[in-house]
Structures are given as C-alpha cells and as structure tokens.
Design a protein around this ligand. Structure first.
Ligand code: NAP
Length: 469
C-alpha cells in the first residue's frame, strides 16, 4: 500500500450527534497516540466561532473520555480551526479553501445527513477542494440498490474510488477484524471451514434497547437496512471469503465482493419480520407503521465452499440481551459410538463480537463416573472484556494514511444491496413480539436443523434447549 498521509482533516457536521459522541473522542485518542497532528477544521452553520467549537469538544471529552489527559486535550484544541456557513452556500467552501491554507491533501469527513452528500461534494469540487483530497462518507449508502448506485455515481464525478472511504464502523471493530485474523493466521481451521464440515452458521445481533428516541430515522430504515445490509453481511463476508493474498488494500475487498456476488438475493419466503409491541407508540413512529424492528432470514451462498450450508441471520431491538454472536455449527461425528449417551449439541465455533469479545470452541468430554456419558464444554481460544480501541479511532487513522482495506468499496456496497433488494418492498406486515423476548414465536420455523436458534446470553451462551438428536 502506498502511504500518503493527509495534511488536514475537515469535519462537516461538527455540531451533530455523531461528531459529539464518536468522532471527537476518537480524535482525542488519535492525538494521544500522536497519530493526529494535522489541523482539524470544523464546518457548521450555527454561527459559532472557534471558542464555541473548542467548548463543544471539551464537553464531548468530559462525557466520553472522563480521564482525558489535559495535555492531550490542549494538543487537540491547538489543532482546531472553524469555518461557519451553510453547505448550500458556495461561499462556505471558498472560506474553507482559505482556512486550509497550504494543505494539499485534506480528508473531508461528511458527518452529515445523506441528503447533503451530493451538495457538499459538488461544492468541494467547484471550489478546488477535491484535488489530492479524500472523502469519508457515513452510512447509509443509499436506501436500496438503485439509490446506492446513484450515490456512487455522484461521488465518482468528483472523487476517484481510491479516495472514497465509506464507513461501516463494524469494519473497524477489533472483534470483527479478529474474524479475519483467526481464519487466516491459523492452519487448523481451513480443512473444516467448508460445506463438508460446517452444517450451518448463525449470526445474531441482539439489542436490548429500542430505537432510543430516533423514531423518525428508524421509520425510514428498519432492521434490514439499518444493520443487516451492512454490518451482518460484512460479518458473513469475512466468515466466508476465500483467502486474500494480503489482508490489506484491494486484495481483501476483491474477495469480499466475490463472495457477496455468489450470495443469492433473499427469498421473501425465507424472511421473517417482527415489530416489538409498543413500537408504534414511540415518538416519530406512524400509528400503522409496518417497519420491522426484528428480522430473521436464511442466506445461501452458491460457491464451491459453501453450497448447501444455510446462513441464518437475525437482528432485533428490545430483545433479552445486547450481544452479537456468530455460531458456526459443525456436522456430527459420522457414527454414534456412545449411543444415547452421545453428545446432544454439535461441535461449534462461537465468535462473540460484542459487547465482550470471545472465540470459543464447543466440544464434549466424558463426565467422570462409570457411564460413558458426556458433558458439553467450551474451550476458550480468546476472551477479553471489550474493545481496546473504538472503531472510529481505527477507521479515522486508516483514512488519514489512505488504507482502504476496512472501508466498503463501491462494488461491495452494491453487491450487498443486491442481496437484500428483493425484500425491501411489499413484504408482509411484521409479526408482533413482546419486548424482552427473542422475536416473533414463529422465528424458530425458519431454522432447518435440530438445534434452533442459539441465543446469546449476557456473557455466555444461553442454550437452554437441548437439541433433538
Ligand atoms: P445530526 O445530528 O443530524 O447532524 C447533522 C449535521 O449536519 C449537523 O451538524 C447539521 O448542522 C449539519 N447540517 C445539515 N445540513 C446542513 C447544512 N445545510 N449546512 C450546514 N450544516 C448542515 O446527524 P448525525 O447523527 O450526526 O449523523 C451524521 C451522519 O452520520 C448521517 O449520515 C448518519 O446517518 C450517520 N451516522 C450517524 C450515527 C450516529 O450514531 N449518530 C451512526 C452511524 C451513522 P446543524 O446542527 O446546524 O443542523
């Protein structure tokens, strides 16, 4: 990878929620590690000045980095610049050009509503702010395949693909990167990582919270657009891609695109949508809303490695716990040597991606005693309390040096939309489920196989039901 560091960072949407909760704390951490040493220009229309921006940064750090080192805070504050103006006004971008001074390679971070992307990049281009520059765009990248294509075309009018960094913060998560590392840094996995040994794969992203006051946003989104099209499909791609020649640059993204293209578009008959009881009473939600707060579905990958292995994905709000887990179920031994005393659960690999991080192998050992009966055990390969580095810290530092590997490429985004596109419109109304349960009762019907869904627990698996043998 050719490394060309940015010499300034421009933060559009500096008064917004994302900047306050995620980007400012990440900038502090980057300043702490001396990764961020270039000017940071905030652009907003609130009539602020530099002092007010500084106060906002200080407030964010007080809330999200309570033990911030005052010397680092001062170092970060010394990097701040401010430009005031509306994004619909070209003069704002001329003022930005002046504020950037000698900078030749700015990183423009668009923490703004998607409806503003086009106008911001157009003005950047017209005012000489795109040459040598990179642009970071936040999800969502469109709301279906057609709008994602239109957005990509718009960005390409002003930036080459190599300069576009589409953030899916899941790709910056330590635990998600560990999937890739675990798969390709170990040789023992490869012989079993295919249709001959894997019987099915489950990916669960459960949240105990609801829509957290973001009713208006959620009404336009729903679980499929919000997390399945991006985060969950990225996880599936990392689990299933062929070995890349290198884990950086385009090699990794090429392999992700190949496996996403080999994935069949969703069949509405293999999708179950749910809505938690009480969702329609939330602020900003229509009284007759049919938006799903829960979705469970089966995916099929038509590749040499994965043909015939079902991938079951589900995501939902107001579920019993907040946890994201992958469970790769292995086939049973070919003969039942221990008869009725044999194991009930199949062997499995469990990747816990959040809030704590773990890789565990489900196995069976003999229970002490005269009978050849067993018990289920979990062997921990890795376990830690949480993430060391926030995903935004990882991704902003990668964008500053131009490492594209953990950002979504144009063809990758479009391949993922192609998979979900058939179920985005005209689906059957969602089934209602009680808050604090694992979704609509018929979610179990989707799973073909003896064990049903593996529900993550608050810390360990919560597989209370034994499997039929
Ligand atoms: P937000 O709180 O609504 O902030 C939007 C920002 O854009 C505000 O600073 C707003 O300025 C500014 N803005 C909008 N129109 C403008 C205009 N014409 N001129 C100047 N400034 C303008 O949104 P957000 O939650 O930070 O989200 C920003 C982006 O990140 C969105 O694309 C969102 O989908 C994405 N995202 C957010 C989160 C999150 O957790 N918040 C997570 C993932 C992705 P004013 O304050 O003056 O209105």
């Amino acid at each position: 990878m050719e490394r060309r560091d940015c010499d300034a960072m421009v933060l559009f949407g500096v008064t917004g929620d994302l900047a306050y909760r995620k980007i400012m704390p990440a900038l502090y951490q980057l300043a702490r590690r001396n990764v961020l040493t270039v000017p940071v220009v905030g652009v907003a229309r609130q009539g602020w000045n530099l002092q007010q921006l500084t106060a906002r940064v200080a407030e964010s750090l007080k809330t999200f980095v309570p033990n911030a080192d005052p010397a680092v805070v001062q170092r970060l504050i010394a990097l701040l610049r401010y430009v005031d103006g509306d994004y619909n006004d070209r003069a704002t971008f001329q003022a930005l050009r002046s504020a950037l001074g000698e900078a030749q390679r700015p990183l423009h971070y668009l923490a703004v509503p998607p409806s503003m992307f086009a106008v911001v990049v157009q003005h950047l281009s017209e005012t000489g702010n795109t040459q040598g520059a990179r642009v970071v765009v936040e999800k969502p990248f469109g709301h279906d395949l057609a709008s994602a294509r239109a957005l990509n075309e718009c960005l390409h009018r002003h930036f080459p693909e190599a300069s576009i960094f589409r953030i899916d913060h899941y790709l910056g998560k330590e635990a998600v990167q560990n999937l890739l590392y675990f798969r390709f840094a170990n040789s023992f996995l490869e012989p079993v990582w295919n249709r001959n040994f894997v019987s099915s794969v489950q990916v669960t992203m459960a949240e105990s919270i609801g829509i957290a006051g973001r009713g208006r946003f959620y009404e336009e989104t729903g679980a499929i657009r919000d997390v399945i099209q991006n985060h969950l499909l990225q996880i599936v791609a990392l689990l299933t891609l062929e070995p890349p020649t290198l884990a950086e640059g385009e090699a990794l993204r090429d392999e992700k695109v190949k496996v996403l293209r080999a994935t069949r578009p969703l069949d509405p008959r293999e999708l179950l949508r749910g809505q938690y009881r009480g969702y329609r009473d939330e602020e900003g939600v229509a009284a007759d809303s049919t938006v799903e707060t829960y979705a469970a579905l089966a995916l099929h990958i038509d590749s040499w490695r994965w043909s015939g292995v079902p991938f079951y994905l589900r995501a939902g709000k107001r579920l019993p716990v907040t946890a994201t887990e992958v469970v790769v179920e292995l086939r049973r031994p070919p003969a039942d040597v221990f008869g009725s005393h044999g194991p009930e659960l199949p062997n499995y690999l469990r990747f816990r991606l959040g809030p704590d991080v773990a890789i565990a192998l489900g196995a069976h050992t003999k229970r002490p005693g005269p009978v050849m009966a067993g018990r289920d055990v979990e062997l921990f390969v890795a376990q830690q309390q949480g993430e060391d580095m926030d995903a935004y810290e990882v991704l902003i530092s990668a964008a500053l040096i131009g490492d594209t590997a953990h950002f979504a490429r144009e063809d990758e985004v479009e391949a993922a939309w192609r998979i979900v596109d058939p179920v985005l419109r005209g689906a059957a109304p969602p089934g209602e489920y009680q808050q604090g349960t694992w979704g609509p009762a018929n979610a179990e019907d989707l799973i073909k196989g003896p064990c049903g869904w593996h529900n993550p627990g608050a810390h360990a698996p919560d597989w209370t039901r034994s499997c039929a043998r």
